[in-house]
Write a protein that binds this ligand. Structure first.
Ligand SMILES: Nc1ncnc2c1ncn2[C@@H]1O[C@H](COP(=O)(O)OP(=O)(O)OP(=O)(O)O)[C@@H](O)[C@H]1O
Length: 589
């Protein structure tokens, strides 16, 4: 399993092949420079100590040694830069693919409990790959090349030392494979714990008001404390394995070096070997183990990366439930028809059943029904975020929605949800989401149509006033009108709107209703309606119950029928509490 992930990570690194190859080539050249350096140093020491040469006589070698020091430092620096640049390229492309795929998966996948987990995967998860890509992968290549080059040189100088290296060298990778299984399980636990902790932190930050009001802030702090402590425990277990591994490997490496040194000592005393080859080999032996020890150090990075990558690939492997095509929609009015449309979130459990209805071009259709009957699900299916389990949606008579290019479909519609999402930035930034090239005049026109001119004029920096990510700095009604202004700015032929159910003051309510009416004019409009004023204006009202259309018609027709609709908006019905009667308008009984 870890091997599969390794393979996929290496494949992901292919995008930065040149950078990684450069890092490996520079690292290998630095390894060769080490051999030459050791040779020169052994020759200088041998000449000075055993052949009475002075420093002046050895100046050529000394100068060469100095130059090699500089070259080696430059090579190591270059290798690091190339590796980290390559890692940055891979991280960027992975984040792009993740975001792109999340958009394809839609809000059904990215919403709800997964959002904190996904944010941690996108940020910390991808970041955790950096040491793997920048350190472990180049080290993996060097671990085969540099020790082999050193072994070849040692073999030419002293076969006994080479034999010791051949026997002790492979112990390190074998040992790492042995402890790898345990380290992998710990890293998986550590990563899962990090995701849980991120989710709790996000919840606590977002729900700070609720927690305070219910007097549960202390409990939440204690809970987060326990989760953090568990994370600390798992992290320490991982570090323990990493430190123990390093200690064991240091031991094997030191033992081999000591053995070679002792054997040299004995052979020098007996005159079986001269000083130069012995000293040269002794200088090289630690360098033989250096890449192996480096590999052990970065093995921990590999385990962390594999745990993080598992989650990244889970997201990338998730298949979008909605299929899209490549057809583009030409500009102009939009009509929609649903035929036998059935929508299921859980297979076999339909939330919309056999819906057949039409939304003619330029018409205003209101969808009404009790809470949970499937109104938002119908809007979700029309937006293209939920795939029909049966039936189909066709656009402009004969174009199946799933044959359209998704961007082309979304370009033709404006969606105003019940609780609109604003992003950290200025009012202008939030408006330009609808039309990035909109100038100040176009934005002011949209604000005026959403009855927001005075509100924005009163803000300290007008259009450039910064607002928080949940629209902090604006009231609930102002946020909703800003979302309407966005829809005005987009000027799309299809408008899908989920009316706000929050209790608004009468003035804001009237302003919103007016703004919505202005926005709907001339467009195909589908409103999940909660207000009497909206349903009265609709060309047609669809009444949903238990996922089915049970009634349809105009306000007057449905009232006359005295069925579900009449009961819904009548006194005591669930619609009554939310509906604000227009002055003088009589509620049906
Ligand atoms: N993403 C989802 N996954 C699973 N079930 C869902 C999902 N979204 C909605 N449902 C379920 O589908 C059913 C219809 O929900 P929907 O939100 O469409 O109702 P609604 O009429 O819009 O309700 P409300 O007026 O309260 O917003 C409900 O039983 C709900 O629990």
């Amino acid at each position: 399993m870890a091997r599969d992930i390794d393979r996929r990570l290496i494949a992901a690194g292919h995008g930065a092949r040149r950078g990684l190859s450069a890092a490996i080539a520079l690292g290998f050249t630095a390894g060769i420079a080490v051999i030459v350096q050791a040779f020169l140093l052994a020759r200088i020491v041998s000449a000075i100590v055993f052949h009475d040469a002075g420093l002046v006589a050895e100046r050529r070698d000394l100068l060469l040694l100095l130059v090699l020091f500089v070259i080696r430092a430059a090579l190591s620096y270059g290798a690091e830069i190339a590796a980290y640049r390559a890692a940055a390229v891979v991280k960027l492309s992975l984040r792009r693919s993740l975001l792109d795929h999340l958009f394809a998966l839609g809000p059904g996948y990215a919403g709800g409990e997964r959002s904190a987990d996904l944010a941690a995967t996108l940020l910390d998860g991808v970041e955790a790959l950096e040491p793997y890509l920048a350190r472990y992968l180049p080290q993996m290549a060097l671990v085969a090349m540099v020790p082999l080059a050193i072994l070849a040189v040692v073999l030419r100088s002293d076969w006994i030392s080479a034999l010791i290296l051949v026997v002790s060298g492979p112990i390190i990778p074998l040992f790492m494979v042995f402890i790898g299984y345990r380290a992998e399980a710990i890293n998986q636990r550590q990563w899962r714990q990090l995701l849980v902790m991120s989710a709790y932190f996000l919840d606590a930050v977002q729900g700070i008001t609720t927690l305070k009001l219910f007097g549960r802030a202390r409990d939440e702090i204690a809970l987060i404390g326990r989760i953090s402590d568990e994370y600390r425990r798992v992290t320490m277990a991982g570090l323990r394995v990493a430190f123990l591994t390093s200690a064991a490997l240091e031991f094997f490496a030191s033992l081999s070096i000591a053995l070679i040194a002792v054997l040299f000592g004995a052979r020098l005393i007996h005159g079986d070997i001269t000083f130069f080859p012995a000293f040269f080999v002794l200088l090289l032996v630690p360098e033989f183990f250096l890449p192996l020890r480096g590999l052990a150090t970065h093995y921990h990075a590999r385990m962390t990366a594999i745990a993080a990558a598992r989650r990244i690939f889970d997201v990338l492997d998730a298949t979008p439930s909605v299929r899209w095509g490549t057809e583009t929609l030409s500009a102009g009015a939009i009509s929609i028809a649903c035929t036998g449309l059935t929508v299921e979130y859980t297979p076999g459990v339909p939330v919309l059943r056999d819906i057949t209805c039409a939304f003619p071009p330029g018409s205003l259709t209101a969808i009404v029904g009790r809470s949970g009957v499937g109104k938002s699900s119908l809007a979700t299916a029309l937006l293209g975020f939920a795939a029909p389990a049966a039936g189909c949606i066709t656009i402009n008579g004969d174009i199946a929605l799933d044959t359209l290019d998704r961007e082309s479909w979304w370009r033709h519609l404006a969606y105003v949800p019940q609780t609109p999402r604003l992003f950290v930035g200025s009012i202008a930034d939030n408006l330009r989401l609808a039309r990035p090239d909109a100038d100040a005049a176009a934005m002011h026109a949209a604000l005026a149509r959403a009855r927001l001119t005075d509100v924005v004029a009163a803000l300290p920096h007008g259009l450039d006033t910064m607002i928080g990510d949940a629209g902090e700095g604006l009231s609930g009604g102002q946020i909703q009108r800003l979302a309407l202004a966005r829809a005005f700015l987009k000027d799309a032929p299809l408008l899908v709107l989920d009316e706000a159910t929050a209790h608004l003051d009468l003035e804001t309510e009237a302003e919103l209703t007016e703004a919505i009416a202005a926005l709907a004019r001339g467009r195909t409009t589908i409103i999940i309606a909660h207000r009497l004023a909206t349903v009265r204006r609709a060309d047609r009202i669809l009444v949903l119950e238990d996922g089915r259309i049970v009634e349809s018609g105009t306000h007057a027709e449905l009232l006359a029928r005295a069925g579900v609709y009449a009961a819904l908006i009548g006194p005591g019905g669930p619609g009554a509490a939310r509906s604000v009667p227009e002055p003088g308008a009589a509620c049906a009984t």
